[in-house]
Design a binder for this molecule. Structure first.
Ligand code: DC
Length: 226
């Protein structure tokens, strides 16, 4: 069986930064599942579908094929044979991804793909339902979180660095709304798995988080005599 690591948590907690660095250190494959929901969102937006059009979205799911490849160790998301990776990080896409991820038809499709990837090799997978639903038998489960203020500030600095004008209060409100949506949906809501270890990164540096998880991983490997 593969030694998979599940990292779940709210938007902006640092999941992808941490998971990418860990994957390099441990030589695991990094799988960003949020990018898959974002790719679906790109498709629906292009079809001019609104987030509340459940029936149309359900039907459109049958026309969507999402694949994952890797280019220079970076995950690429292929939507109906087109590489859409460069469109995924836009705010509108993130909001739509959160809104459409409530639909079982969307989730079923992506969960299948995620499990298939995790069967092939050791993965570090991040998302909202990895420890609770996608990989319930993951060797190590981390629930990575941070206070809303800390997450909003990080996002604000990230956008500023890119030269994008933004408002801290607006970002904070968006994050709160996304938290609410992701934690209160009926299908696979974001929550900490019973056997997950919670790490609050509000006051931690990236290096401290990495060190903490590396130690937890080492302990798990020793327990399993690996
Ligand atoms: O991690 P992210 O911000 O790229 O994810 C975008 C949205 O996709 C997130 O708000 C909720 C949804 N998502 C999900 O429902 N389940 C996952 N495993 C990953 C993301």
């Amino acid at each position: 069986m593969n030694q998979n690591i599940a990292i779940d948590g709210p938007a902006g907690a640092g999941k992808s930064t941490i998971a990418k660095l860990l994957a390099k250190k441990l030589n695991y494959l990094y799988v960003d599942t949020g990018a898959m929901y974002r790719a679906m969102a790109v498709y629906f937006l292009r079809q001019n579908l609104k987030a509340d059009m459940e029936q149309e979205i359900k039907e459109a799911c049958q026309q969507v094929e999402v694949e994952i490849t890797y280019k220079e160790e970076e995950q690429q998301v292929i939507l109906n044979k087109e590489n859409v990776t460069c469109f995924l990080r836009e705010e509108e896409t993130g909001k739509m991804a959160s809104a459409i991820s409530i639909y079982p038809a969307v989730r079923e499709k992506l969960v299948d793909l995620q499990r298939t990837l995790a069967k092939k090799t050791d993965v570090i997978m991040d998302g909202r339902d990895i420890g609770t639903c996608v990989l319930p038998d993951a060797m190590l489960k981390i629930y990575l979180t941070a206070q809303v203020e800390a997450r909003a500030k990080r996002r604000f600095l990230e956008l500023q660095e890119k030269g994008i004008e933004c408002d801290l209060e607006e970002i904070k409100e968006d994050i709160k709304q996304r938290d609410y949506q992701d934690m209160n949906r009926e299908t696979s809501p974001l929550r900490q798995a019973e056997d997950a270890i919670c790490i609050d990164t509000s006051q931690m540096t990236i290096e401290q988080v990495i060190e903490t998880i590396m130690n937890l991983h080492k302990k798990k490997m020793e327990e399993k005599n690996l």
